[in-house]
Every structure is written in structure tokens, then in C-alpha cells.
Design a protein around this ligand. Structure first.
Ligand SMILES: N[C@@H]1[C@@H](O)[C@H](O)[C@@H](COP(=O)(O)O)O[C@@H]1O
Length: 260
């Protein structure tokens, strides 16, 4: 796993947007897996700015969703489908046709999960999967003790995650208990997962993800099993890494042509 320490969230967003731009120049119809939450917003802003400036052609990019709440009414502004359309698809000038995600309002949730995994595979697989991290080390909505081999399925949120996400709703009672999430096995199928973590609140989860054992109690630690996973962290989120100096030196000495 490559760990890149950047000064702040803006720099992290710029670096990852650059990696996406580079991917799109090699593969214009790349399938980009996008995450929700506050952390990836600087990536989407930086990428949209590059598109607006004509530096990147994203017109053939395809976007897919990582996870979704179960049971929110179709079109709810905080459904992850609405969030991804608002924060990623529209700013990149793409249409809804370029977007795919699981159906959180399906009556048969299990069938919707299986259909989504099939759709991802039929689309050729995810080229680059953006990830944030929960304070408990979750990726997507794979809460602690999720199977490291899991596929897209329904999960129950921990109380901590519901509390963390309550800021997007009027009150915590509106935060659904159930979600659909790409499984950890599904996420590991992506050709290049990139996790961005910023702020001190993520420092412990980052240290366990990068330097702890691979264990389902810290779902993000499964990224250690991926041959090409990148973890981008700001100084605050890197503050508990024992090998921070090594990661800095390694990245400083990396040939620029390698990119992320
Ligand atoms: N399902 C999302 C995750 O994909 C995201 O990584 C996490 C952290 O969000 P934030 O970046 O706002 O801290 O929130 C939610 O649980």
C-alpha cells in the first residue's frame, strides 16, 4: 500500500484529481467509483475545475456509487444517489446516463445488491475507486466485522456511524439504520482504490488501516491485500503513523512519471 502525506485536504483533493485526470487521458471511458461524505469533496471540486478549464476531458467518464441508504424516498436530497448526482455528475457536465448505483428503494434489496454487483462486472469493473474512512475504520458502509470477502449487500449501521452522519439530516431519527454497500471483496476488485482521510478524527483509523493487522474489526485494513492501493492523508490524519517519515521520504523520491 502506498501512503502519501499531503499538507492539507485541498492538496489531497488536487493530487487525486490529477490521478483521475491521468486515468481519463489513458482511458476516456474509465469507470470511476465515487464515495460520499465530506472528505472527497475537494477531489470533486478540483476535478470539476480542471474540466471547466478544459484541462481534462471527462465527457466519456462513467461514475458509479459505493453505497446507499435503504428506505429513503426516491429523490431524497441526502440519498447517496442524489449526493453523487449533485456533487460529481452535474459538476463534471455528465448526464444521469453515465451514472450507476444500487437501488436503495427496491422492494427486494438482496436482488438489487446482486444486480449491482453484476452491473459493475458487466461494465468492465471499476477502474479507480475513491474511498473515505469512517471513524471506526469502515469503508463504504462496511462496518467493523464485515467479511473481508463480502459482496454488495445490506448492512446495519452502528450507532456511531448514524451519529457521525446525522449532520446531513434534520435529526438523528431520520438517519436510516440500513444501507446497501459494495462489499469489501467488491471494493478490492477495483483496479486502483484510493482512500483519502483528513483531520485528526481519522488518525487512529488511518494508523490501524495502514500499520495494524489485516482484520475485519478495521474494514479498511483489507486494502493491505490489494496490489495497488493508495492512501492519501493530510498531516492531521497522519499524526499517529509510526512510519510517517518513511512514507514522506518514499514519496519525495518517487519518479514523477509514476503518478499515484
Ligand atoms: N458511507 C460513507 C463513507 O463512504 C464515508 O467514507 C464516511 C466518512 O465520511 P466523512 O468523509 O464525511 O468523514 O461516511 C459514510 O459512512
Amino acid at each position: 500500500m502506498e501512503v502519501v502525506i499531503v499538507p492539507d485536504a485541498t492538496a489531497g483533493g488536487e493530487l487525486i484529481a490529477e490521478a483521475i485526470a491521468s486515468l481519463l487521458s489513458r482511458k476516456p471511458d474509465a469507470l470511476l467509483g465515487v464515495a460520499t461524505g465530506s472528505t472527497p469533496l475537494p477531489i470533486y471540486r478540483a476535478l470539476a475545475a480542471k474540466v471547466a478549464a478544459g484541462a481534462v476531458d471527462a465527457s466519456r467518464a462513467r461514475i458509479c456509487q459505493l453505497d446507499e441508504y435503504v428506505g429513503l424516498p426516491v429523490g431524497h436530497p441526502e440519498s447517496y444517489r442524489s449526493v453523487v448526482l449533485r456533487e460529481v455528475v452535474e459538476p463534471l457536465g455528465l448526464s444521469e446516463a453515465s451514472f450507476m448505483g444500487p437501488d436503495g428503494s427496491a422492494e427486494d434489496v438482496q436482488a438489487a445488491c446482486e444486480a449491482y454487483d453484476r452491473a459493475l462486472a458487466e461494465a468492465g469493473g471499476v477502474d479507480l475507486q475513491l474511498l473515505g474512512i469512517g471513524t471506526d475504520g469502515h469503508i463504504g458502509f462496511n462496518e467493523p466485522c464485515s467479511s473481508l470477502a463480502s459482496r454488495t449487500r445490506i448492512k446495519t449501521l452502528t450507532e456511531q456511524t448514524r451519529v457521525d452522519n446525522a449532520r446531513f439530516f434534520d435529526d438523528i431519527d431520520q438517519v436510516p439504520h440500513h444501507v446497501i454497500t459494495q462489499g469489501i471483496g467488491t471494493i478490492l476488485d477495483a483496479r486502483h482504490p484510493i482512500l483519502l482521510a483528513t483531520g485528526e478524527g481519522k488518525a487512529e483509523a488511518v494508523a490501524q488501516t495502514v500499520e495494524g493487522p489485516v482484520a475485519s474489526i478495521v474494514p479498511a485494513s483489507a486494502l493491505q491485500l490489494h496490489p495497488h492501493a493508495t492512501v492519501v492523508v493530510d498531516e492531521a490524519a497522519a499524526s499517529k503513523l509510526k512510519l510517517a517519515d518513511y512514507f514522506r521520504a518514499t514519496y519525495a523520491a518517487k519518479p514523477a512519471w509514476q503518478g499515484l
